[in-house]
Design a protein around this ligand. Structure first.
Ligand code: G1P
Length: 291
């Protein structure tokens, strides 16, 4: 079976929910804990064995490219000052030459289109897709859990899934469930952002995927879906019809929607709470403002 070696990170979005913070700085560079969101996703991918990192960017996103590059000036200064720990932190963010690839998505045409922009680089291997807005805290990195499901169950499309409240189904891709075995749900079909009244379930796609390379034959760049965007979810149904299974993996862990201010704030609280050095200060601050 082919190994999952490549990951795609769509980072072209405008991040309007976080304005003015994201006016001149990418939303993927918002910090949770001590790392920007995009680094959390890259580290998670590395822990799942990913070796090649494809970023789908747009104008104004060069901070992401710089973040994963070397910064010789900074390294020299840290070296001179014997700041060894800080130096290690800076070097950790540097991807090897040729490991990081940046492609521009010239128009904001949706997730399906963003993935399609990488079609010439993927060839015939399965690949991971990570949406950095979705931050996942877990024992085993979520992408690794998906890779394990792929290795156990064979080729097909896999996504992390979780149950959401009925009134929130219209924010997600939702599975029509055929069967469930050992935490892996097999879907009869998937629908992007359904109305709560007609939604086939409350089992929602979270931003982690292992995708079959045949997906590129089915991303229909001529047909816009819901929200006037080319939806990745719309590529899955014709694949299911061709017996390429679609599986939802009920992952272990907690997911934070860092595409919203509330989710981003909660993620930061969770990080601080889980950090023995920061926890006392966090609790003290909350008591101060809440008393
Ligand atoms: C995207 C996907 C959707 C998925 C969601 C997870 O939607 O299209 O299927 O459920 O990510 O975060 P977006 O949040 O980009 O609207």
């Amino acid at each position: 079976m082919k190994k999952v070696r490549t990951a795609i990170f769509p980072v072209a979005g405008l991040g309007t929910r976080f304005l003015p913070a994201t006016k001149a700085s990418p939303k993927e560079m918002l910090i949770v804990g001590d790392m920007p969101l995009i680094q959390h996703a890259v580290v998670e991918a590395m822990e799942a064995g990913i070796e090649r990192f494809i970023f789908i960017t747009s104008q104004g996103k060069t901070a992401i490219e710089d973040h994963f590059d070397s910064n010789q000036l900074l390294e020299n200064v840290l070296q001179e000052r014997s700041k060894i720990e800080d130096l290690a932190k800076v070097r950790q963010t540097q991807l090897e030459p040729g490991q990081a690839i940046f492609i521009r998505q010239q128009h904001p045409l949706g997730l399906g289109h963003a993935v399609w922009c990488a079609r010439h680089l993927i060839q015939d291997e399965p690949f991971a897709l990570l949406l950095a807005d979705d931050l996942i805290l877990s024992q085993t990195p979520c992408t690794k859990q998906l890779v394990q499901a792929y290795e156990n169950n064979g080729p097909g499309n896999y996504t992390a899934v979780m149950e959401v409240a009925a009134e929130k189904v219209s924010r997600y891709g939702i599975l029509d469930i055929a069967d469930q075995k050992n935490g892996v749900i097999s879907a009869r079909s998937v629908v992007e952002k359904p109305d709560p009244e007609t939604s086939p379930s409350r089992t929602a796609i979270v931003g982690r995927y292992i995708l079959d390379p045949r997906v590129f034959n089915h991303i229909n760049t001529q047909k816009v879906g819901i929200g006037q965007e080319i939806q990745l979810t719309d590529a899955f149904n014709p694949m299911i019809a061709q017996n390429i299974p679609f599986s939802g993996v009920l992952f272990e862990g907690e997911r934070f929607d860092c595409g919203t201010k509330e989710g981003w704030l909660e993620a930061n609280i969770a990080y601080a709470y889980n950090d023995p050095e920061l926890q006392p200060s966090l609790l003290k601050a909350i008591t101060k403002y809440h008393s």
